[in-house]
Design a protein around this ligand. Sequence first.
Ligand code: A3P
Length: 345
Amino acid sequence: MLFKQQALLRQKLFILGSLAIGSVLYLVARVGTLDRLQPICPIESRLPPPEPEQIPLRTLQFKRGLLHELRKGNATKEQIRLHHLVQQLPRAIIIGVRKGGTRALLEMLNLHPAVVKASQEIHFFDNDQNYARGIDWYREKMPFSFPHQITIEKSPAYFITEEVPERIFKMNSSIKLLIIVREPTTRAVSDYTQVLEGKERKNKTYHKFEKLALDSNTCEVNTKYKAVRTSIYTKHLERWLKYFPVEQFHIVDGDRLIMDPLPELQLVERFLNLPSRISQYNLYFNATRGFYCLRFNIVFNKCLAGSKGRTHPEVDPSVVTKLQNFFHPFNQKFYQITGRTFKWP
Ligand code: A3P
């Protein structure tokens, strides 16, 4: 009996001993292997610089496919139901400024998979007739989107129209408001150029910019001229601030959006609480056009229409200086209120 127990104990000890030796041998071998796998220098330094993040293909396919079809009115009610598509009121509006680069900003933001643009300027809040049609009319003007996406519209007339801040506030008091500005004198000349082109198209004659911008009696800046008034940004903004706190506005540098759009777009992504998805891949400089154009994917890219980026007429330098001096104090106030400073003269 005693002999049997001793034999069993010896057997157990033998098994345990074998297991222990086996584990030690395994660990030695494993550590050796791991040592050999350690890179001589960190992996990052051997890789090419990271590729800029690209937009998820599936969402883009929807953006260029289904949502595009919906815009053209080709998608079926079944598809709308199946994909839970909705027409949402905008959660952000580009309220101005006319000729600041509002179209470029909207189109570039639309590169983001979480953004859906209202293609047309809706003019709901600045046009009394449209406003009288009610909020459901406005909603029906919005594009279809997935519930997690945000809709953005732009109507630059909103910025300068008296009634608009109160009306937007009544719709959504926490809406995000985007204002894209350019150096005020350049913006005024751009504004003039657009009107001039319209007149020329109708074979009408038009005054020179200098004549409109200066009062012929006093030779001072003509504040009755709309292109001048629109460029007094602070005056308009002050009306908006009666309804919305300054944190609800984001000021976009329209001059930088022309030269180097990506950093400006990244600031807007942050303001809208969106993950950073627009990359350098989505923006390329087109030398023929003289502007940045948009690349959605390997097959689809586009530049803005020719009406964006017109050649401005030469303006008498003394008039330019006069206008710049006139805008200067208003600009200072604008910087103070918004916290965004520009190198405007
Ligand atoms: P100009 O025609 O004076 O050059 P808006 O869309 O508000 O009317 O603004 C038009 C301005 O957008 C144009 O003014 C142009 O300079 C500017 N812009 C900014 N980025 C652009 C882009 N990528 N392509 C074309 N125009 C652009």
